[in-house]
Design a binder for this molecule. Structure first.
Ligand code: ACO
Length: 324
């Protein structure tokens, strides 16, 4: 039986880095009041990277993918599956994954987008794992890429300070050894209104609300509850204990959610990778961005056991337990 093993990773952040103070000054020009102190205390965020007007989600995804391919040392032509997790695709169609495939010069194999908002990367990893285990793919490129700055209401201080843009990618290859040990995915669609972007296009016109809306406190409560349960479930599935985890790479939405979860699971902060201060919440890109940062700075090493977790709109959540 084949496993799916991570053989490389890469990431990309847009050049334009905006600190809380810079954002607060910009928002003040339009009468929206916020401060570095409020943002840091409530969220742990200090800055975010924002895509320029002509930078699309696929542009971010392609650079992250090129870096992952270089890191893995493979030929791009070997990739026979591309999944892009995104809620901010370039177009309604074709998929961002097809654009990425073309820009990488790859012909053949499957390419599609997957939309599970901030859980998107974990969902995409689980999907690619299933393709490889079923012998339907041998080498999968899994990307989380977002330009959430395009769907933010810059007059809503309760949401616009929380997000950033970016992309992260991993390459998975069929292997006799794990690899991805277990995944665990969930959705509760009855909670679809606590975090959503409910606009749509009808007859050529955007109708409804095209911006991200969130009931922050409901999301907070839901996130900590479901992620704790999912961590236990994925460990049980893989037959490992929480003590066996070398690193947790959680969705980077809010440092208070991450710290709360670490305490509940008994994972010391030294084992938790956090990039929320530097990246803010990059939705589906947050887990692969954090994972790549910790791999490249030498924290996550070959042989380590890594718990990745995503949670977000839908409401969706999930975990992946991975042996590097
Ligand atoms: N700057 C200054 N004041 C603000 C800001 C801001 N950016 N945003 C809101 N406020 C004010 C509000 O207007 C309110 O003022 P009032 O008391 O005068 O009415 C006050 O701060 C408190 O507002 P709340 O929304 O109740 O603030 P809360 O303490 O809940 O913090 C936050 C908001 C940070 C969003 C919190 O609910 C939270 O952490 N939620 C988790 C959700 C999250 O992290 N979402 C990320 C996306 S979802 C995901 O990725 C899973």
């Amino acid at each position: 039986m084949s496993f799916a093993k991570i053989i490389g990773s890469g990431s990309y952040l847009p050049e334009n880095c905006v600190t809380n103070d810079q954002l607060a000054a910009k928002l003040a020009e339009k009468g929206v009041e916020t401060s570095n102190e409020w943002i840091v205390t409530r969220t742990g965020i200090s800055q975010r990277h924002l895509a320029s007007d002509n930078e699309k989600t696929s542009d971010l995804a392609v650079i992250a993918a090129q870096r992952a391919i270089e890191d893995a040392g493979i030929d791009a032509a070997d990739i026979d599956l591309i999944i892009v997790a995104t809620s901010t695709p370039d177009f309604i169609f074709p998929s961002t994954a097809c654009i990425v495939q073309s820009r990488l010069g790859i012909k053949g194999g499957a390419a599609f987008d997957l939309q599970a908002v901030c859980s998107g990367f974990v969902y995409a990893l689980a999907t690619a794992d299933s393709f490889i285990k079923a012998n339907n793919a041998k080498c999968a490129l899994v990307i989380g890429a977002e330009t959430f700055s395009r769907i933010l209401d810059w007059n809503d201080r309760g949401t616009c300070v929380l997000f950033g843009d970016g992309a992260g990618a991993v390459l998975l290859q069929a292997s006799e050894k794990p690899g991805i040990m277990a995944t665990q995915l969930n959705a509760d669609g009855s909670l679809n209104t606590i975090l959503n972007t409910p606009g749509r296009i009808e007859n050529g016109v955007v109708t409804g609300d095209p911006f991200l809306r969130m009931d922050g406190q409901a999301v907070f409560k839901q996130a900590v509850t479901v992620l704790e349960k999912s961590a236990h479930q994925v460990c049980e599935k893989a037959g490992v204990s929480l003590d066996d985890i070398d690193w947790m790479v959680p969705h980077q939405a809010n440092i208070r959610i991450i710290n709360y979860l670490g305490r509940k699971l008994g994972l010391p902060t030294e084992k938790i990778v956090t990039t929320v201060a530097e990246h803010a919440n990059t939705s589906a890109a947050s887990v692969p961005l954090a994972f790549d940062a910790a791999r490249k700075d030498g924290r996550i090493k070959a042989g380590d056991c890594v718990l990745m977790q995503g949670v977000g709109g839908g409401f969706t959540w999930g975990s992946a337990l991975v042996r590097l």
